[in-house]
Each structure stands twice: as structure tokens, then as C-alpha cells.
Ligand binder design. Sequence first.
Ligand SMILES: [Zn+2]
Length: 67
Amino acid sequence: MKLPALQRPRRRPVTDVPFAEFDLTALAPGTRWLVCETTACAHLTRRHTPAGTGYRCTTCGTLKGDS
Ligand SMILES: [Zn+2]
């Protein structure tokens, strides 16, 4: 019996392994992951950078109060 192509193990070169890309500007000191209460962010946890007394969402730009 011959195996179909999809069931054959595939060998991939090491250099082809994807790796995470980091945005250095988003890793500013004080950056926190907070829940964004906007529909634009669908109430998901987004990256927030310090802004004044609160934190600003890096996705939609909404300022979240310090609570
Ligand atoms: Zn947001």
C-alpha cells in the first residue's frame, strides 16, 4: 500500500522555521497588557503604553484611566 503524499513526513530546512518578530517601539518601559473596553478592540487584551496618568491603547489609541 502506498501512502498519500500528505501523510509522508516532510523535512524542512532549519532556516525555514518562522520566528516571532518583535516591534522594539512597542516594548517601551512601562508597557502593559490591558483589556481594551472598545468595540474596535473587541474587549480584548491589548498593549498599552503609559500616557499621562493612564495607559493608551496601541491598537485603537483610546486612553484608559489609571485604575
Ligand atoms: Zn484599543
